[in-house]
Design a protein around this ligand. Sequence first.
Ligand SMILES: *Cc1c(COP(=O)(O)O)cnc(C)c1O
Length: 397
Amino acid sequence: MSRAWIELDGEALAHNVAMLRARIPAGCRLMPAVKANAYGHGAVLVAKQLRQLGVDAFCVACAQEGAELRQNGIMGEILVLGYTPPEDFALLEKYGLTQTAADHSHAAALNRYGKKLHVHIAVDTGMHRLGEDFKHGDRLCEIMRMENLIVDGIFTHLCAADTANPADQAFTRRQAENFLCAAERMKREYAFVRGKRADRAGGVAGIRRETGAAGRTDVSVPRLHLLASYGIFSYPEYAQDYARPGIALYGVAETGRDAAVLEGLKPVLTLKARVACVKRLSDGETAGYGRAYAARGRRRLAVLTVGYADGLPRSLSNGVGAVLLGGKRAPIAGRICMDQTIVDVSDIPGVRAGDTAVVIGRSGEEQISAYDLADQCGTITNELLSRLGARLERRVL
Ligand SMILES: *Cc1c(COP(=O)(O)O)cnc(C)c1O
């Protein structure tokens, strides 16, 4: 590994998958979110590992992400969670992707494409992001009748499953109940219309099997899902046919304060970079852009081959953040650059060019976690990790 890279702990990933499976009932399968390059971990690498662990369904954010997985040989069901515009419907067909119907009008557009497309219907139960409103029972049933849609699933997304506030908990339960109620009606409608069509198609009892673009056959009963990471841990009683963990799979909660809620997970990712060179500064000399760092006394600085273009937030500049070298903390000196970062190694003897610095992970007794970094720059681990750059090399250990 040359410049700056991510090491994935395959055993930690397997451990997290086992932990998540233990939390959900036997009939419920994982459909992990590998969107945003698997939260920065590397979508193809992670999906391949997950396939080996028996996972056969994935969630991505857009059709392009799904196409990338297919181009790299990932089989199984790939659900596009986000809106796909009509000009990309051909990608869905070509790569055998399953598309979220974002609402009635998006479903109608998917139906007008004219060829059979696999879809999951999003039901809005209060997040007011994607989904047809759960109260629009008739419109939801209309979607179930659309000729060209093979409805493999129906889902909703919980918007406050990550808080312990009683009002949010009550809201979450209402979301789940309203979803299940709407989904039952939709399933009945689907069985009814498909049954009628099958009869028309030649009196075949039950449901006609249609072959989709990926060579999969139609499923007779749409599968339901609503739980993401926090839902799996806090509301497992609502688990249905699938669960969609994202951040938990990668072994962390959104924040360090929630670590106890998602207990027992192991972080999968370590981020490392090289020392490019070491500089000696005398009292009053400065380093980096804007001369933001000024040496007090004689200092030693190391230049690292990682910068904000790799996803190291610039707000960690000026000692807000640190890295680990030889098991010791080296505070960030001055402003993080696009491709490089200067750290103060005055208290760490023997640092040399070519050494490896740990940006996220362990070194000796010390650890810098994704929680620390997320906290230091006022965000959640999901954002921090998903912004880790495409330029980083990634490998599984
Ligand atoms: C991102 C996403 C998930 C995964 O969420 P986590 O909180 O990371 O587990 C699940 N479902 C939907 C609809 C999402 O957008």
